[in-house]
Structures are given as structure tokens and as C-alpha cells.
Design a protein around this ligand. Structure first.
Ligand SMILES: [Ca+2]
Ligand SMILES: [Ca+2]
Ligand SMILES: [Ca+2]
Length: 182
């Protein structure tokens, strides 16, 4: 997975972020491209089904399939622990924009500088909820631990220790449905 920090800056996406994570592109596609009829960006909580529409779902599935295949380095159709760890560490490296081995508010600011501006004027955990000890620095250990606990473990619904594409899709669809509720 290649989730850039800029995607995570969107607070709605931060919750999951990760590995098979909330591809901002997929999320945005679901939210803005679908023929939702109302055209109203306000909370349209009247619809019983808050899940994404068919067009959005197809976008999500295509995105996740591509990301999944990238991470499934042995091509066996599941992500094992080694593949998951590699993916998470790759995401971390992508987030460490300054390349100093840790993620801090400086990385958020540099990402903003590189992608169109803005000021990182909130605590680090506002942008990236991985600073477990609250010291203003996200280490690869903190990042990996958080992602494993908050994303990978819940995603592995059959507790097989590996992630299937179906599990990844189901998890993301559920997160998006939650987002639509808010
Ligand atoms: Ca595999
Ligand atoms: Ca850094
Ligand atoms: Ca920390």
C-alpha cells in the first residue's frame, strides 16, 4: 500500500489509514463520483443503506485489488505476516518525508509544503493517530503496533493470521459506511 501522508491529513481518513488502507483516492472516488442524486454534501442520513453505491464500490474494489496485488509479493492471494509488515514499513517510510527515521509534525509540514501548502498547526496526533506515547514522534514500532492492532487484526475476520482480498474489501467498505454515518 502506498498511502501518502497527504491522504491521511484528511481527518476522515485518518482512522484507518493504512496498509490496505484507506486509499484517499478510493474514498474520494466513492464520495464524489457516485450518482447520489441529491447532490447535497450535507448529511443525507435518510437513506437506510449508508454503504457506498455501485460505482463507488467498483472504484474501491479496483483500487484495493491493485494495492493488494502489490503487497502480495509471493502472489498466493493472501497477505501473510511478512508481507503485511513489509507493507506497513513501506507506508511508514512514505510518511517519513524528511527521511530522518521518525514521523513528526515536520513531516506533516513538509508534505503540506510539497503538495500545495497549508500549516501544520495542530498536534501530530490530529494528523496521524499513531503516537502511542504522545511524545510528538512516531516511531516505526509505534506505527507498526498501531496498524497491526487497529487495522490488520480487525481486518483478519477469520483469524487466520493472513489477510485475503475479500477481507480487505469488506473492512474498507465497513469503514466507509461508518464515515457516511458521521
Ligand atoms: Ca502472499
Ligand atoms: Ca521524519
Ligand atoms: Ca511516540
Amino acid at each position: 500500500m502506498h498511502l501518502t501522508l497527504s491522504r491521511r491529513v484528511d481527518r476522515r481518513l485518518v482512522a484507518g489509514l493504512v496498509a490496505l488502507a484507506l486509499g484517499g483516492a478510493a474514498f474520494a472516488g466513492c464520495g464524489s463520483d457516485g450518482p447520489t442524486a441529491t447532490g447535497d454534501s450535507g448529511p443525507s442520513a435518510t437513506t437506510a443503506d449508508t454503504s457506498i453505491d455501485a460505482a463507488g464500490s467498483a472504484t474501491l474494489v479496483a483500487f484495493l485489488t491493485t494495492e493488494f496485488e502489490d503487497d502480495d509479493s509471493d502472489g498466493d492471494g493472501t497477505l501473510d505476516q511478512a508481507e503485511i509488515t513489509t507493507s506497513i514499513e513501506g507506508d511508514f517510510e512514505d510518511s517519513d518525508v524528511t527521511g530522518d527515521g521518525v514521523v513528526t509534525i515536520d513531516d506533516v509540514q513538509k508534505e503540506l509544503d510539497d503538495t500545495g501548502g497549508g500549516t501544520a498547526d495542530q498536534p501530530l496526533d490530529w494528523y496521524m493517530p499513531y503516537d502511542a506515547d504522545g511524545d510528538g514522534t512516531i516511531t516505526v514500532e509505534e506505527y507498526t503496533t498501531t496498524v497491526m492492532a487497529d487495522v490488520m487484526a480487525p481486518m483478519d475476520t477469520d483469524s487466520s493470521g493472513t489477510i485475503s482480498l475479500d477481507e480487505a474489501i469488506a473492512w474498507h467498505q465497513a469503514r466507509i459506511a461508518e464515515g457516511a454515518d458521521q
